[in-house]
Design a protein around this ligand. Structure first.
Ligand code: MSP
Length: 508
């Protein structure tokens, strides 16, 4: 049987900025999917990294007084640190200043030239360094102080320089056909419609090289030009898969990518330019691009100049890594914008984690520990109400698979917590603390049933809260190698010793 492979990527992060909640959010979503697929038996390639070339980075390096390479070495490290603190399980961390990437970009360039997709011309128009993007005249606004800005609010400057162009204008019909034939390529639906109408309006050839600065990948055979940073950056997805080694097992396994996760601000690059570059180089476009929304901070746009960026490292230190991971994916429907408020994080933690899930685990494992000689009890024949509880937990697997394949984390978590509530109600109704005196066998059956459902939920929730779920599984004496989805149907071992229960989700 052909092995199931799954290649998922985060955008690569600009190193002009310290990591903030937005970066943590994108990578978290990918981490959850990567973990879920691994537990589900897939061979996963999960890539993240840093975007280190271009005018913006050159400028930031100058401001910091460091040479660009030293500057990027330093800031890139902070993104690895973020990944470690947030418990991100990436397989590859790519930096665009690495040789493997320079080779991939130059190879792709030559291929595009060979396919007659690139020509030399000269560019004159507006450029926003903050967005590293070109804008048309009709998109520019002039502020009262004379400053010109793009629709994103970024300042633009007039640029005139020799430049190579990519024949993007020729790709309109093929792109529209591609979107039409691949309805799952771009989500959410509203973004897909936006992109389709943008392409329908017509595309202009795209300037893909710059001559007014040097911090970038050199164009083969023309050392005056460096590659446009978005062409360089997007190519990282190919580099990680082993491009230009097209016949390598890695490339065969992982290209096209299954999912590029991006924020809503960078869709056009991923859903228009990128598939056009790829098709123009005789490569397949990715299977899917998902654009998530943006976080505001207590109602305000997050920005360096407002000084209201949210540092994920501080949050983790204060509230715990799994608490932050859970909150970010539970609080806001994935794909929509959301507002970050510490009050909501505390509320979510106390109600969903401490009260609902934590309390359930605590009372069931404590009773087993105290009343069943620290061992998973032998149940009697399960009654319908017991079977119903176990069935609800078991059914979560296919529900989650469906929701996570649509990147609907909030729905997956909602369904999971419905089952948690159902088990809590079951415990309340069965009242094992009363059964203890009147029907010990029944008490054991109820505790067994609840523990088995908890085991399944903990296995399924590992992608969201890896540390806490593994502590729960430790507590139930579940073996390390029996925590993948394959083991969902192999129930708790009767007589297995359990550990002295510890509180896993403290109230904040
Ligand atoms: N370097 C480019 C991506 C190149 S990918 C080939 C880039 N980098 S970035 O560092 O500016 O942004 C990376 C991601 O962070 C984007 O997906 C962006 O949407 C996300 N976020 C930045 N601020 C955010 C919020 N306030 N909220 C949620 N996500 C946000 O773009």
């Amino acid at each position: 049987m052909k092995e199931a492979n799954y290649y998922i990527t985060t955008p690569i992060y600009y190193v002009n900025d310290q990591p903030h909640i937005g970066h943590a959010y994108t990578t978290l979503a990918c981490d959850v999917l990567a973990r879920f697929k691994r537990l589900d038996g897939y061979n996963v390639l999960f890539a993240t990294g840093t975007d280190e070339h271009g005018q913006k980075i050159q400028k930031s390096a100058q401001l910091s007084g460091l040479a660009p390479q030293d500057f990027t070495d330093k800031v890139s490290e902070t993104f690895r640190e973020l990944a470690s603190v947030m418990n991100f399980s990436y397989d590859d961390f790519i930096r665009t200043t690495e040789n493997r990437h320079v080779e991939a970009c130059q190879f792709l360039w030559k291929k595009l030239e060979k396919n007659n997709q690139i020509y030399l011309g000269s560019y004159s128009g507006w450029y926003a360094i903050r967005d590293e993007a070109f804008y048309n005249d009709n998109e520019i606004k002039t502020l009262s102080n004379g400053q010109k800005i793009a629709p994103t609010g970024a300042e633009v400057h007039w640029v005139e320089e020799p430049s190579y162009f990519f024949r993007l204008s020729e790709w309109k019909d093929r792109l529209l056909k591609f979107y039409d034939e691949n309805p799952n390529f771009l989500a959410p639906e509203s973004r897909r419609n936006e992109v389709i109408s943008f392409v329908k309006n017509g595309l202009q050839d795209l300037s893909v090289s710059r001559t007014s600065f040097t911090w970038g990948i050199q164009i083969p055979q023309d050392s005056k030009h460096v590659m446009y940073v978005w062409l360089d950056a997007l190519t990282n997805y190919l580099t990680v898969a082993g491009y230009p080694n097209l016949s390598s097992p890695k490339f065969q396994q992982f290209w096209p990518a299954d999912l590029h996760m991006v924020g809503k601000d960078i869709i056009r690059f991923h859903a228009v330019f990128w598939p056009a570059f790829l098709m123009a180089a005789d490569l397949l476009p990715p299977k899917r691009v998902f654009a998530h929304g943006w976080w505001t901070n207590e109602g305000q746009k997050i920005s360096k100049s407002l000084g209201n960026t949210i540092n994920p490292l501080d949050l983790v230190q204060k509230f715990g890594v799994d608490q932050v991971r859970y909150f970010l994916l539970r609080e806001v429907p994935f794909g929509q914008d959301g507002d970050f408020a510490v009050k909501s994080l505390i509320q979510r933690n106390n109600s969903d984690l401490a009260n609902d899930f934590g309390n359930l685990v605590q009372r069931v494992s404590t009773m087993i520990y105290r009343e069943c000689s620290k061992q998973i009890p032998q149940p009697e024949t399960l009654q319908d109400q017991d079977l119903l509880i176990i069935k609800s937990a078991t059914q979560l697997y296919s529900l989650l698979k469906k929701e996570y394949d649509q990147q609907a984390f909030h729905k997956g978590l909602e369904q999971t917590w419905n089952v948690v509530s159902q088990i809590n109600r079951y415990i309340d109704e069965q009242a094992p603390w009363n059964l203890k005196k009147v029907n010990k066998k029944r008490m054991e059956t109820v505790l067994y049933t609840a523990a088995e459902a908890i085991r399944q939920i903990a296995i399924l929730t590992q992608p969201i809260m890896p540390k806490s779920c593994n502590l729960i599984l430790d507590q139930l004496g579940c073996k390390q190698n029996e925590r993948t989805f394959k083991y969902l149907e192999i129930s708790l071992k009767i007589g297995q010793n359990i550990n002295n229960p510890i509180g896993i989700f403290p109230r904040i």
